[in-house]
Ligand binder design. Structure first.
Ligand SMILES: [Zn+2]
Ligand SMILES: [Zn+2]
Length: 80
């Protein structure tokens, strides 16, 4: 059985010497080798005052997320 004409692709041919995936890319982008870039997460800025770093968790950047976590831990220690 003939397989897809793309290197390293051994899927069965669907149309024009290409498997369904590569044929779909050819139809969609005019090039079966085009791989659409991964959808990137929506970028959110850190909500910390005067910080414009990219938020990674809970609206805070890496640095402030860490500070926030540490300060919360300290708060718990100080609670009586
Ligand atoms: Zn293929
Ligand atoms: Zn920040």
């Amino acid at each position: 059985m003939k397989t897809c004409g793309i290197d390293n692709c051994s899927k069965p041919i669907k149309a024009r010497d290409l498997c369904s995936m590569h044929h779909q890319r050819l139809m969609r982008h005019g090039d079966p080798l085009i791989v659409m870039p991964r959808r990137t997460k929506k970028l959110v800025d850190c909500t910390w005052i005067n910080c414009s770093s990219q938020a990674v968790s809970k609206g805070l950047c890496v640095k402030h997320y860490y500070i926030n976590r540490v300060s919360k831990r300290n708060d718990q220690i100080n609670v009586r």
